[in-house]
Design a protein around this ligand. Structure first.
Ligand code: PLP
Length: 386
């Protein structure tokens, strides 16, 4: 029903992915496959809702109406099999700000906070820039499938107040299973560790997999969990600054809300609320088609790499539109991989080492783009790495 093949020029729209190439890569014509937004149009039913609201000429102070909350509740019930209540939903302009608010609300300077590298790098900043202590619990790469290291997590939990969990995981593409999450949740609960479960990619699940919201597993786990959800990745709305922190524990929620109130932040973005509601109300079919398209892009990439390359291997993609590529067999140093990709291939990937320990030798590629761009990327890789 929907056209994901259409190439839409994004240059000169003040867009990070295209218009900041010179600043980021020192080369303005790389094929940009880095920042995690999509080169697909936001679906028409969202654009229509925004345009309709924009046609009313006054954009004054607004609030999020009941229908806005209802759309989130219904979406999470239908797509994630998770029942939540309106009162549990708190606004945050973004997930990264929300994670920082959580760090400030629930921990003290010097407290240990666990991160699980290789992981989305703003997690490290949220710990360090708030003067908290980084406690690493590295993921284990088991023949291309990443897993939690529970023994080490037990060690880390003893010296920590909080964990920042990426679920599904960016960049390693895991859609954690119920058992894996339950085990992680139990360890954290036992040691009084508050879990910030960043589920921003929770809608971007490959056919055949199911996202399990951590807080849906057991009430005892929900009690120590803050769940981050947003329509921003799902419907390509990152520029509209609208997301939610879902907290069922009343005491934790009160502490989080106090900070939001002090910062006067909960007014939010009028158009973000409109877009979010339209997406959650009408976006199911569009999202299913999107994920099938991304799956096909991944299958194309995987089969090309397996057929034509001996040195670049993809890690299995269970969720997100971000594929994690293993360049270690090239035997090249990270800086050389990076320079080669940029200078010789003209490709703008996300550099593995920025995701922390375990990121060396890897690159992340964004597959949320029309197929011709993925084909172009493979051709450019082939010309140099074949
Ligand atoms: C795991 C994860 N969390 C958060 C974000 C960004 O969230 P926001 O733009 O809402 O701050 C991203 C974006 O790539 C992400 O991958």
């Amino acid at each position: 029903m929907y056209d994901f093949d259409k190439v839409i020029p994004r240059d000169n729209t003040a867009c990070v992915k295209y218009d900041l190439r010179e600043a980021y890569f020192n080369k303005s014509d790389v094929l940009p496959m880095w920042v995690a937004d999509m080169d697909f149009a936001t679906p028409e039913f969202i654009r229509e809702a925004v345009i309709q609201r924009a046609n009313h000429p006054i954009y004054g102070y607004s609030f999020r109406a009941d229908e806005y909350y209802h759309s989130i509740i219904e979406w999470l019930k239908n797509r994630w099999s998770w029942n939540i209540e309106k009162d549990w939903i708190l606004y945050s302009p973004g997930i990264v700000p929300g994670i920082n608010f959580a760090v400030q609300s629930f921990t003290q300077p010097g407290d240990g906070i666990i991160v699980q590298p290789p992981v989305y790098f703003p997690f490290f900043d949220a710990v360090k820039s708030n003067g908290r202590r980084l406690v690493r619990n590295l993921l284990v790469n088991n023949n291309g499938r990443y897993e939690f290291d529970y023994d080490d997590l037990e060690r880390a939990a003893k010296e920590s107040a909080m964990i920042l969990l990426s679920s599904p995981h960016n960049p390693v593409g895991r859609c954690w299973t119920r058992n894996e999450l339950a085990k992680l949740g139990d360890i954290c609960r036992k040691h009084g560790v508050i879990i910030i479960s960043d589920e921003i990619h929770g809608d971007l699940i490959m056919p055949g997999y199911k996202h399990i919201p951590l807080a849906s597993i057991a009430p005892e786990i929900a009690d120590v969990t803050v769940t981050c959800v947003a329509p921003s990745k799902t419907f390509n709305l990152a520029g509209l600054a609208t997301s939610s922190m879902i907290i069922s524990n009343e005491e934790l929620r009160g502490r989080f809300k106090k900070l939001l109130d002090e910062l006067h932040i909960s007014g939010g973005n009028l158009f973000g609320a409109v877009a979010s509601q339209a997406g959650y109300e009408h976006g199911g079919t569009w999202l299913d088609e999107l994920m099938q398209y991304v799956r096909n892009n991944y299958d194309f990439l995987e089969s090309s790499l397996k057929r034509d390359f001996t040195t670049i291997e993809p890690v299995i993609l269970e969720a997100t539109y971000l594929a994690w590529l293993d360049f270690r067999k090239t035997g090249m140093k990270d800086k050389v991989i990076k320079d080669t990709l940029i200078q010789k291939c003209g490709l703008g990937f996300s550099h593995g080492p920025v995701f922390g320990e375990g990121g060396g030798g890897f690159q992340r590629i964004n597959l949320a783009a029309p197929r011709v761009k993925i084909e172009e990327a493979v051709d450019r890789l082939k010309a140099v790495f074949d």
